[in-house]
Design a protein around this ligand. Structure first.
Ligand code: SF4
Ligand code: SF4
Length: 146
């Protein structure tokens, strides 16, 4: 994708694009287009990429204002001192609200849930999308009951 065709006005790396797609609700796999051996070698770099190389939170710097406040499950706000997987909790919540019972089951099986949030605010200060996660964790806890 070129800078001028990207929805964000700038392009991410292929590794970041793959991670971004995999983090979307309901996405289990990504099948990139392959034009030849060069593309294949390039895409397979994802399998050995570091967490830093997969981190696409830079899009928080160039997302439109109306995208602010929406969790994209990137986990850039980690680590959580209470041990919550913030991105996954938000993903299961968003899916459950859409009627995905499997996501609800997955949430109920998490060891740490929104109810374990101690409202320390660390994630709020780290989130590039300006998500009020302290508030969201309360909402998620109320929705699931724990
Ligand atoms: S709260 Fe922000 S940093 Fe944390 S997972 Fe959501 S979008 Fe990413
Ligand atoms: S506010 Fe809650 S979810 Fe965020 S880092 Fe603190 S304990 Fe974790």
């Amino acid at each position: 994708m070129q800078d001028n065709t990207s929805p964000f006005g700038k392009k991410l790396t292929r590794i970041q694009y793959i991670q971004y797609a995999l983090d979307k609700p309901g996405v289990l796999t990504v099948l990139p287009g392959i034009r030849g051996k060069h593309d294949l070698i390039d895409i397979l770099k994802y399998t050995t990429a570091t967490p830093e190389e997969k981190d696409y939170s830079i899009i928080g710097n160039f997302t439109p204002v109306d995208a602010e406040g929406k969790c994209v499950y990137c986990n850039h706000c980690e680590p959580c001192p209470a041990g919550l997987d913030i991105g996954l909790i938000n993903k299961y919540y968003d899916l459950a609200v859409l009627g995905d019972n499997l996501a609800k089951d997955h949430y109920m099986n998490l060891e740490k849930k929104a109810g374990d949030c101690i409202a320390c605010g660390h994630c709020n200060s780290r989130c590039p999308f300006k998500v009020d996660q302290v508030d969201r964790m309360k909402m998620i806890r109320d929705y699931f009951g724990e």
